[in-house]
Design a protein around this ligand. Structure first.
Ligand code: NAP
Length: 243
């Protein structure tokens, strides 16, 4: 049995990753922080397709909750093979109008939350001498979009620590990579005003947003042995947006 934890998998990209990894044969932990029903639906879909797993409610921006989740998952399954650090938030605010609270909210989840999960899971993977950590970044880390200074800074941090963790953990058989999607059709994108969304679409050479399944395809590939020699990379999947 191989076990994967996908943070923030009640919806959106995380949900697509959870379903895809379940199809790949992983027992999947569907983590979320508030959407009980949506998380249960993800698990039900996994089970309907012949897979297995559990839902686990934990705010991954809180270290104590991450520690408890990793402890409980390990107790239930005895191993953790893949961590997809996916739970994240976007807050579009121009610097001149920025609410300082935005800094804390975004860094607490998008950066500290990723570190908390990576550290707790890496301790288990270190003992197994194998594991894969995949961090959900964003093309915003490489391509400046006005209003996304805080978000892009969090994703830039994700890219940086992905490289460092890959170096630190490679000797223990642990690979660490990041996936940097452009615009993906999820609730996060639907929350952006229609006019802004249209403007974004015009900038994408492929003239469409990605589907969450297309991001999950890349996550699945990175988790697999087909990519056993790939570590410390940020795989950009943006329909050409950043060109
Ligand atoms: P989404 O549709 O808003 O889903 C976010 C998920 O994270 C939900 O399952 C949510 O569950 C969970 N979550 C939120 N706060 C959490 C917390 N504190 N602890 C645990 N889970 C939490 O987001 P998405 O668009 O799929 O984005 C997922 C990731 O992809 C993010 O890191 C985002 O930055 C990145 N990304 C997205 C896009 C895009 O265009 N959508 C592009 C590039 C990168 P609950 O509702 O239960 O809390």
């Amino acid at each position: 049995m191989k076990v994967a934890i996908v943070t923030g998998s009640s919806k959106g990209i995380g949900k697509a990753c959870a379903l895809r990894l379940a199809r790949d044969g992983y027992t999947v932990v569907v983590n979320y922080s508030s959407s009980d029903e949506a998380a249960l639906q993800t698990l039900e879909q996994i089970k309907a397709e012949g897979g297995d797993g559990m839902v686990y409610k934990a705010n991954v921006a809180v270290l104590a909750e991450v520690k408890q989740m990793v402890r409980d998952v390990f107790k239930a399954y005895g191993r953790i093979d893949v961590l997809v650090n996916n739970a994240g938030i976007v807050r579009d605010e121009y610097l001149l109008m920025m609410n300082p609270d935005t800094l804390d909210k975004c860094f607490d989840l998008n950066v500290k939350g990723y570190f908390y999960c990576a550290q707790q899971v890496a301790v288990k993977m270190y003992k197994q001498k194998s594991g894969v950590i995949i961090n959900m970044s964003s093309v915003s880390s490489k391509f400046a979009l006005a209003g996304q200074a805080v978000y892009s800074a969090t994703k830039g941090a994700v890219n940086s620590f992905t490289q460092t963790l890959a170096k630190e953990l490679g000797g223990y058989g642990i690979r660490v990579n990041a996936v940097a999607p452009g615009f993906v059709a999820t609730e996060m994108i639907e929350a952006i005003p229609e006019e802004t969304r249209k403007g974004y679409l015009e900038k994408v050479p492929l003239k469409r947003f990605a589907s969450a399944d297309e991001v999950a395809n890349v996550v699945s590939a990175l988790a697999s042995d087909q990519f056993a020699y790939v570590t410390g990379q940020v795989i950009v999947l943006d329909g050409g947006l950043s060109l």
